[in-house]
Design a protein around this ligand. Structure first.
Ligand SMILES: Cc1cc2nc3c(=O)[nH]c(=O)nc-3n(C[C@H](O)[C@H](O)[C@H](O)COP(=O)(O)OP(=O)(O)OC[C@H]3O[C@@H](n4cnc5c(N)ncnc54)[C@H](O)[C@@H]3O)c2cc1C
Length: 408
């Protein structure tokens, strides 16, 4: 296996052109902040790698127009640092601070800020990528109003390295929230879900939301955190409405900076890696299991009896508005991990849920997720890949899941 780390986009393009003379699959890489689980059985380990980690330039940053353009190898924490100098932020949901913007886009990272406050698809205004013919494709633009080629930007979201090498991206950014505050409360059960449903129906403009159930030997103990910001009048109004939805159980705390001991108030971590802080706080074993379950509608969250999944080593993180549920099992034994995975699959069998590994023992593979491992647009993305990558050079295990897979 060899790794090529181009110092410029031109170098990457030349490398790809040469590669196409005798097409051989390779893996695209950012900073590899990702999971341990193997892809589907393949020669992936022996495949060459194109690493974008040196493409870290800022192409432009215009604080007045609130737009920024960067190369895809820049880490999200570096970008947030640059933006913070002008009191701006990119309101996305990275899992790890060191993830590259290319990796974030390719995986379409989601988390506590989703929905009310952006998400990648709301922030991206332009993208540049190399397709499977080594052509440099530009889509979207540098200004918010430019919508030409916009859908190509969205197409690359969640493309998992299968549709092209993302080399640069342009985003609209927002001012940092004013006086951010967190409201939180503990619950002995999942009754907080009712409050969340009411909150969504009332369309309250909160900034973020996250519920945690740390591993416990007794009854699960949920902590719900909700972020609000704005001038004092706005905050007072919002807080009053939220208190009425949660029977005045919420306590308020300033949450500008992340306080590591309060995982339910992700503070600045929600922009620079909401998962990283929790993994440190919970001291999870390196090969622990982390499965993200994505529900397709928020309504589907209600009938899932989360408390029935009780396990001494199980940590849960729920972003109820984005409907992403994270199950982190602090065991390294692969057969125990598979048993738990099976339990999860049984529980979500009657839903349209999709599952993604965040981490797992290397013995586990994408195939262990069965049908849950496929995205809803699976056949469409496969067709798209055949079109954009006719020589089949982009190694993307997700696109190669066998047609007939058993969900059990
Ligand atoms: C919905 C979701 C799905 C996820 N699925 C995966 C997954 O399938 N595989 C995985 O490794 N991690 C996955 N993760 C975790 C993810 O790796 C991290 O959260 C982070 O975004 C990765 O950034 P990175 O720079 O470390 O990328 P890496 O870990 O180096 O790469 C992660 C994936 O992105 C692709 N990629 C990276 N950079 C580029 C680029 N410039 N152009 C095109 N493709 C690129 C890679 O080929 C790889 O498939 C997922 C996260 C979410 C939220």
């Amino acid at each position: 296996m060899t790794t090529f780390t181009p110092a410029s986009i031109e170098e990457a393009q030349t490398w790809l052109q040469q590669r196409l003379e005798q097409p051989k699959p390779f893996q695209i890489r950012g900073n590899q902040t990702h999971f341990q689980a193997k892809a589907i059985p393949s020669s992936a380990e022996s495949e060459d790698v194109l690493s974008l980690s040196k493409l870290t330039a800022t192409n432009f940053f215009d604080p007045d127009d609130m737009v920024v353009g960067i190369e895809a190898g820049m880490s999200i924490s570096k970008l947030q640092e640059i933006l913070a100098e002008k009191k701006m932020v990119l309101p996305v949901n990275p899992w790890f601070g060191n993830s590259t913007l290319g990796g974030l886009l390719a995986c379409n990272d989601i988390g506590p800020n989703r929905l009310m406050m952006g998400g990648l698809r709301d922030c991206i205004i332009g993208i540049e990528y190399l397709n499977g013919r080594a052509e440099r494709v530009h889509a979207g633009g540098k200004v918010v109003k430019n919508v030409t080629g916009y859908d190509l930007c969205r197409m690359m979201l969640g493309s998992l390295g299968g549709l092209g090498v993302i080399t640069a991206a342009n985003f609209k950014v927002i001012p940092q929230p004013v006086e951010p505050h967190g409201l939180y409360s503990r619950f002995r059960d999942t009754s907080w879900l009712l409050g969340v449903t009411a909150l969504q129906e009332a369309r309250l403009p909160i900034d973020w939301i996250q519920a945690l159930a740390p591993a416990t030997t007794g009854e699960p103990d949920w902590i719900l955190g909700i972020g609000i910001s704005g001038n004092p009048e706005r905050q007072a109004r919002l807080e009053k409405e939220l208190q009425s939805l949660f029977q005045n159980q919420l306590k308020s705390i300033a949450d500008g900076k992340t306080n590591r001991s309060l995982g339910y108030l992700p503070g600045t971590d929600r922009y620079t890696g909401w998962l990283e802080g929790l993994r440190k706080k919970w001291k999870l074993l390196p090969n622990h299991l982390h499965v993200m379950v994505l529900l397709n509608t928020r309504d589907a969250l209600q009938p899932i009896r989360l408390e029935a999944l009780q396990h001494n080593e199980l940590y849960q993180v729920i972003h109820p508005i984005g409907a992403d549920l994270h199950f982190l099992l602090d065991v390294e034994d692969p057969s125990e991990q598979l048993d738990f995975l099976q339990e999860l699959k049984n529980r979500f069998r009657r839903t349209d849920a999709k599952m993604v590994f965040g981490n797992a023992h290397p013995d586990l593979s994408l195939q262990d997720l069965g049908e849950f491992g496929r995205s809803t647009a699976y056949s469409f993305t496969q067709r798209l890949q055949r079109h954009l990558d006719p020589a089949g050079v982009f190694h993307a295990p997700f696109y190669q899941l066998p047609q007939a897979m058993n969900a059990s």
